[in-house]
Design a protein around this ligand. Structure first.
Ligand code: GAR
Length: 203
């Protein structure tokens, strides 16, 4: 069994795709052992609750320093002891010691085809605004391992989405989610679970 912790900050539609994927067995041999949000009003926490998954809020605002927050975050992760940490719309830069300790065991979903429209400051709607401003005809989403950089880790999978003439950042964001993110994130987790069970592709 692959035990995963999902980290979220907002709406949690990717979390929902994981919950549904496990339920429908698109993701096999996997259980969510915890959801962590940095934001206590994140709707994702309600989704976790509805699915009967343990949910925790660790907000940087509740700590006197970034170091204290980083320590508390790492402690919670260590306590849960996941096989895999999934960043599903998690908008906090991870502490470096956590990245080092959990190397190749943290994945992130990003709403563009990396290396386009990624790196510091590129998150959420901003990514789609920039893609439209640049006039790209194809965009998409990427699942990648997390390393010390921002969106620089090894790419696991990507899916392209066509930009339409009348797209707004909001309509493009929605289609990238529907046509790419909610498909490739469950797929990547399933592949990692299969590999753990010794049935997956080498690597
Ligand atoms: C998703 O589009 C995800 O790709 C993006 O935030 C959104 C979260 O939505 N993540 C980033 O931009 C990370 N750089 P959700 O809370 O509904 O899953």
């Amino acid at each position: 069994m692959l035990n995963i912790v999902v980290c979220v900050s907002g709406g949690g539609t990717n979390l929902q795709a994981i919950i549904d994927g496990i339920e429908k067995q698109i993701i096999k041999n996997t259980q969510i052992i915890g959801v962590i949000s940095n934001n206590e009003s994140a709707y994702a926490l309600k989704r976790a609750e509805s699915a009967g998954v343990a949910a925790f809020c660790i907000s940087p605002r509740k700590f006197e320093s970034r170091e204290a927050f980083n320590r508390a975050f790492l402690e919670k992760i260590d306590e849960l002891a996941p096989d895999l940490i999934v960043l599903a719309g998690f908008l906090v830069i991870l502490p470096e010691d956590l990245v080092k300790k959990y190397r190749k065991r943290i994945i992130n979903i990003h709403p563009s085809l990396i290396p386009s429209f990624c790196g510091k400051g590129y998150y959420g709607l901003k990514v789609h605004r920039e893609a439209l401003a640049r006039g790209v005809k194809i965009t998409g989403a990427t699942v990648h391992f997390v390393d010390e950089g921002t969106d620089t880790g090894e790419i696991i999978c990507q899916k392209a989405v066509e930009v339409q003439r009348d797209d707004t950042p909001e309509s493009l964001q929605r289609r990238v989610m529907e046509e790419a993110e909610w498909i490739i994130l469950p797929k990547a987790i399933n592949e990692i679970a299969l590999r753990k069970a010794g049935k997956g592709k080498e690597n």
